[in-house]
Design a protein around this ligand. Structure first.
Ligand SMILES: NC(=O)c1ccc[n+]([C@@H]2O[C@H](COP(=O)([O-])OP(=O)(O)OC[C@H]3O[C@@H](n4cnc5c(N)ncnc54)[C@H](OP(=O)(O)O)[C@@H]3O)[C@@H](O)[C@H]2O)c1
Length: 327
């Protein structure tokens, strides 16, 4: 195998233009890691925040730095003979960047706890769109909110990467889902399982809704005080989860004053949960939506679209040509 690989990397922090196609050393496998030949990489807002010097940028020590958490691809080196994933197996997962080199590259060496068999029936492009957003949605809806019947859950930004999974998980577990989005997405939000939808561009959700038990806040106060206004629709003792880091100064004090429970959240790689999510995708109970695909060399353009903030579902980078052949 070659010693080097192509990757989209940054030489310093800045706008989308700092993302360039470069040749870097191929990551070497150690301990329990699995080397994957990456077919496709999913984008997340965290990638753009890190590129700009926020997000997880504090841990970026060396340049060029290869960004990207999400991937789908094929195993080329396994850690040991009896490991359940072996060369040739299709896998997907989430890399803990920047402790590890990222997924905007031809290869990655990935800790075994971060990787699972690719869902059967999904292309690599579809699978690469799943991990971080779906693990976040699972953590919010299943682990934190404990979604169940007769529970009312308001999900802001329902049409985004996290939101479109969150709606589907919450409705799968029987909750009454209310989602916010703009007019062009309202019918789509209903098709994902939202029982009620609110167009945030023309309506104030706090004037429209009966009290809810849970708010999944994927916006914070960066747009029109969405986070703070959500306190007015929560029942006393209800739960609000503020997801975008740094988007709500004084969050804990505001929750206490409103008589509700509040928490933030951090997504983490988790192979066991990914395996459960795979089953839901394979049986068709949950679907992933890829809004647009870009070639690896056009990662900067992909970041521009990501940062515009109106992606429906996910954006994916195509890396290896074999993608469409392997479902
Ligand atoms: N803490 C963590 O572990 C963690 C994990 C994942 C994500 N996050 C954060 O959570 C946020 C959401 O992530 P994501 O991947 O879902 O983002 P995303 O895919 O970029 O979200 C885009 C969606 O947001 C919708 N939107 C934009 N402004 C809105 C508003 N004011 N009200 C309602 N919807 C609005 C857009 O719908 P329209 O086109 O209809 O406007 C679009 O579909 C980001 O800030 C991300 O960094 C945090």
């Amino acid at each position: 195998m070659t010693e080097t690989m192509s990757a989209a990397a940054i030489e310093g922090f800045g706008g989308p233009e700092v993302l360039r196609l470069v040749t870097v050393p191929r990551p070497l496998r150690i301990n329990d890691e699995v080397v994957v030949r990456i077919a496709a990489a999913g984008l997340n807002p965290l990638d753009a925040k890190t590129r700009g010097g926020r997000g997880v940028a504090a841990a970026v020590r060396d340049f060029p730095a290869v960004l990207g958490h999400d991937f789908s691809g094929v195993v080329v080196e396994a850690p040991y003979e009896g490991f359940p994933l072996q060369p040739g197996d299709a896998v997907y997962g989430m890399i803990p960047v920047p402790r590890y080199s990222g997924s905007y590259a031809e290869f990655a060496s990935v800790p075994s706890r971060c990787i699972a068999p690719k869902p059967v029936g999904l292309s690599h492009s579809e699978a690469a769109a799943v991990p971080l957003a779906a693990l976040t949605a699972w953590g919010l809806i299943v682990e934190q909110a404990k979604a169940h019947e007769r529970q009312r859950i308001l999900i802001h930004a329902g049409a985004g990467g996290v939101g479109h999974f969150a709606i589907q998980f919450a409705s799968y577990f029987g909750a009454h889902v209310i989602a916010t989005g703009s007019a062009r997405n309202l019918e789509w939000l209903r098709s994902l399982g939202a029982a009620e939808v609110v167009d945030y561009t023309t309506q104030r959700f706090e004037d429209e809704l009966e009290p809810v038990d849970v708010v999944i806040d994927l916006i914070g106060n960066v747009h029109d005080n969405t986070g703070k206004r959500s306190l007015a629709v929560l029942r006393t003792g209800g739960l609000i989860i503020n997801v975008p880091t740094g988007s709500w100064d004084g969050f804990a004090a505001d929750c206490a004053a409103a008589g509700v429970r509040g928490t933030t959240f951090k997504a983490a790689p988790d192979a066991a949960t990914l395996a459960v999510i795979s089953r839901l995708l394979e049986q068709g109970s949950v679907r992933v939506h890829v809004d647009e695909m870009f070639e690896l060399r056009n990662a900067a353009a992909a970041h521009q679209k990501l940062e515009a903030g109106h992606t429906r579902g996910k954006i994916v980078l195509r890396i290896n040509e074999t993608d469409s052949a392997d479902r």
